[in-house]
Design a protein around this ligand. Structure first.
Ligand code: ADP
Ligand code: MG
Length: 607
C-alpha cells in the first residue's frame, strides 16, 4: 500500500510532509528545497514547468505562466497558457503532481493518498475543487483540513505519544502569506482542536509590501510603476521581494533592478518600509480584533500567538503585533513550515500509525445551512431560515420547527440552501425533500427539521411530522458530486452518532448520574447549586461545542468531588467549610456562558 502525505497547498508556496520515525518531516523537492512556488508554466508544445523554474518564467514568459490561482479555486475563472485554457483546479493538480513525484523520489515508494490543508474560510465549492485537483493529480484526497488547525497541531505537538494531556489553551493563529491574511482563534483541550472563530483580509499579504516598495522605487527613480510594461513591472517587483526578504536579517539594504535599458537602485530600511506601508500595518490588526470579538474573548484570554506564513518573518510585522498583543506569548517557530508540519502529523494519524495518538479536529461551518420559508410580504420570494448557523462547530446537529403556511396544505417542501442572503434564491441550492402532512388549517401542522453536518461536507436532513410521527430522511453531499448507493447506509450510521457527540456520551451519563445522586443526598444551597450545574451541563450539550463540553466536564467533576468530600464530613456545615469560595471560583468564562444559558433557557420556555 502506498503512503499518505500531508500537503500545504499554498497560494504562493506549497510544501509536503510525511510522518516518519515518530515525527512529521518536511519533504524536499527535486531542487533540495522545502518550498515549491505554486506557479505553473506551460509551453505551446505542452511542456509543463512547476515551482522555482515556473516562477522564473513569470518574468520571461508571462503569457505561458500562472500564479496565485488558489485564490480562484471553485470559481469559473480560467487561465490561458500556451494557447490552451485551464481551470485553477487543473493548475493546482499540476502542483500536486509535482509534490507527489518529489515525495515518491524522496521516500522511494509510491504515494497514493494526501491530506491537504485549505484556508478555514474556503467554501464548499473551493473545497470540492481542491479534492478534484487531488484526483486529477492521481492522489486520493479523503480529508481536507483547515490550515489553522494544522498549525495548532504542529504548535502543540499533538499526536505524539508524549503530548501534554492536561493542556488547555486558546491559540491565536496569525497566518500572513503572500496574498492573504487569515486570523483564527483555535481552542485546544486535551486531544480536541477546535476553531472558535475566523477572520481575515483576502486582499492583504506579502505582495502588497512588494508593490509598496516597487512604487517607492519608481517614485525615487522618476518612473511611473503602473505605466511600465508588464515585464519591467515584474523585474522591479522581483527586486522589491529580494530587498524585503533581506530586511528580515538586516536593518538596511540596497534594492536594485535592471534590464537591457535601465539599471536603478534604492536604499531601503525597516524604518523606511514602515513609512511607505503604514496603511498595510493598520489593516493587519483589524481581523485580530474581529476574531476576538466574534469569540467574545479578550487579548488576555490568548495563551499563545502562533505566527504562520512567510510574511510573519518580517521583523516589522512582529514588532507591530507586539504593540497589540503584549501579554501573549508569541511563537514564531518556522512560520514557513507550521501548516505543512501539522498536515504531516495528520497524515500520520490518518495512516493509523502506532506511535501517534488520535486527535479530534473539529471544524467550523463557514456558511449557513438553512431552508426557504414562506414570505408573507412577497409571496413569490421565500426567505432563508437558518438551521445551522455560519461559524457553528462541526460536527453538529441542530433542529428547528416549522409550521404550515396556508390552509389545507398537504405537503411541506424542505429545500436546502447554503449561504448568507436573505432571499433563498440568492443562496446556493443543495437539494430538497417533500413530506406529506395531514390537511388542516394554516399553522396547525408542524414539522421538526434536523440538519446534521460533519467535517466531510455530508449533510443529513431529517424531517419529522409532529402530529403523525412520520420521519423522512435524506443525505445531501455538499462537497462531493454523488454518493454511491451502497455507501449511503454507512454514512447515515456515522451521522446518526453525531446527533450526540459520541466521545462524551458515556462521560455525560456518568456525570448526570453522579449529579442526580448528589442532588438527592444534599439540601439547601448546595442542592440548588448542583441543580444549576446539571442544567448548565445540559446547556453545554445542546451547544454541541466539544471544547466547552470538555472544559465543563472537568469543572463539574472537580465540583462533584468536593461536594462528595463535604457530604462525607457531615458535621461541618457546607457554608462554614467552604465559605462561598466554590461560588467565587467560577471563571469569567463560566459566568459568560451562564448568561448565555439563562437567555437560552428563557427562550426555550417561551417557545
Ligand atoms: P502562502 O501561504 O500564501 O503560500 P507563504 O506563507 O509561503 O504564502 O508566504 C509567502 C510570502 O512570504 C511572500 O509574499 C514572500 O515574499 C514572503 N516572505 C517569504 N520569506 C520572507 C522573508 N524572509 N521576509 C519577508 N517576507 C518573506
Ligand atoms: Mg500558507
Amino acid at each position: 500500500m502506498g503512503r499518505i502525505i500531508g500537503i500545504d497547498l499554498g497560494t504562493t508556496n506549497s510544501l509536503a510532509a510525511v510522518w516518519q520515525d515518530g515525527e512529521s518531516r518536511l519533504i524536499p523537492n527535486s531542487l533540495g528545497e522545502y518550498l515549491t512556488p505554486s506557479v505553473v508554466s506551460i509551453e505551446e508544445d505542452g511542456t509543463v514547468y512547476v515551482g522555482r523554474i515556473a516562477k522564473e518564467r513569470l518574468i520571461s514568459h508571462p503569457e505561458q505562466t500562472a500564479s496565485v490561482f488558489k485564490r480562484f479555486m471553485g470559481t469559473g475563472k480560467t487561465y490561458t497558457l500556451g494557447g490552451k485554457s485551464y481551470r485553477p483546479e487543473e493548475l493546482s493538480a499540476l502542483v500536486l503532481r509535482k509534490l507527489k513525484e518529489d515525495a515518491e523520489r524522496y521516500l522511494g515508494e509510491p504515494v497514493e493518498e494526501a491530506v491537504i490543508s485549505v484556508p478555514a474560510y474556503f467554501n464548499d465549492m473551493a473545497r470540492k475543487a481542491t479534492k478534484d485537483a487531488g484526483a486529477l493529480s492521481g492522489l486520493r484526497v479523503e480529508r481536507i483540513i483547515n490550515e489553522p488547525s494544522a498549525a495548532a497541531l504542529a504548535c502543540r505537538g499533538l499526536g505524539k505519544k508524549d503530548w501534554q494531556k492536561e493542556s488547555d489553551e486558546t491559540l491565536l493563529v496569525f497566518d500572513f502569506g503572500g496574498g492573504t491574511l487569515d486570523v483564527s482563534l483555535v481552542d485546544c483541550f486535551e486531544n480536541v482542536i477546535e476553531i472558535a472563530a475566523v477572520s481575515g483580509d483576502n486582499h492583504l499579504g506579502g505582495s502588497d509590501f512588494d508593490i509598496a516598495i516597487a512604487e517607492q522605487f519608481c517614485r525615487e527613480n522618476q518612473l511611473e510603476f503602473r505605466q511600465l510594461d508588464l515585464k519591467r513591472q515584474e523585474i522591479i517587483l522581483a527586486g522589491a521581494v529580494r530587498a524585503k526578504c533581506a530586511l528580515t536579517k538586516e536593518e538596511h539594504t540596497i534594492m536594485s533592478a535592471a534590464d537591457e535599458d535601465f539599471r536603478e537602485k534604492m536604499e531601503l530600511s525597516n524604518r523606511k518600509l514602515i513609512q511607505i506601508s503604514m496603511h498595510l500595518f493598520h489593516k493587519m490588526i483589524v481581523p485580530v480584533k474581529s476574531v476576538l470579538n466574534d469569540a467574545r474573548k479578550k487579548m488576555l484570554d490568548i495563551s499563545k500567538v502562533v505566527l504562520v506564513g512567510g510574511s510573519c518573518k518580517m521583523p516589522t510585522v512582529q514588532q507591530y503585533l507586539r504593540r497589540y498583543l503584549p501579554d501573549s506569548q508569541m511563537t514564531a517557530m518556522n512560520p514557513d513550515y507550521m501548516v505543512a508540519l501539522g498536515v504531516g502529523i495528520y497524515s500520520g494519524i490518518k495512516e493509523r500509525n502506532e506511535d501517534i495518538r488520535d486527535v479530534l479536529l473539529t471544524d467550523i461551518c463557514p456558511f449557513t445551512l438553512g431552508t426557504g420559508i414562506y414570505n408573507e410580504a412577497d409571496k413569490a420570494r421565500p426567505t432563508m431560515a437558518a438551521i445551522i448557523d455560519r461559524n457553528s462547530v462541526l460536527p453538529c446537529s441542530k433542529v428547528r420547527k416549522f409550521r404550515t403556511a396556508t390552509d389545507f396544505q398537504n405537503v411541506i417542501r424542505v429545500d436546502v440552501y447554503q449561504g448568507e442572503e436573505y432571499y433563498v434564491t440568492d443562496n446556493i441550492y443543495l437539494g430538497e425533500l417533500d413530506v406529506d402532512i395531514p390537511i388542516a388549517l394554516k399553522g396547525q401542522e408542524a414539522i421538526t427539521v434536523r440538519y446534521t453536518y460533519d467535517i466531510n461536507g455530508i449533510l443529513l436532513v431529517d424531517v419529522k411530522v409532529d402530529s403523525t410521527g412520520k420521519e423522512t430522511q435524506q443525505i445531501i453531499m455538499t462537497g462531493r458530486d454523488t454518493i454511491a448507493p451502497e455507501e449511503v447506509d454507512a454514512y447515515v450510521k456515522e451521522l446518526e452518532k453525531l446527533k450526540m457527540p459520541p466521545a462524551s456520551q458515556e462521560e455525560h451519563q456518568m456525570l448526570f448520574a453522579w449529579g442526580e445522586r448528589l442532588f438527592a443526598q444534599s439540601t439547601g444551597e448546595l442542592r440548588e447549586e448542583i441543580g444549576r450545574r446539571l442544567q448548565h451541563l445540559q446547556y453545554l450539550l445542546n451547544q454541541e461545542d466539544l471544547v466547552s463540553i470538555k472544559r465543563g466536564e472537568k469543572g463539574l467533576r472537580e465540583f462533584f468531588e468536593s461536594a462528595d468530600r463535604y457530604l462525607d464530613m457531615a458535621e461541618l456545615s457546607w457554608e462554614q467549610e467552604q465559605g462561598d469560595s466554590w461560588y467565587q471560583e467560577r471563571t469569567q468564562e463560566e459566568e459568560d456562558s451562564e448568561e448565555d444559558y439563562v437567555r437560552w433557557y428563557d427562550g426555550h420556555l417561551t417557545s
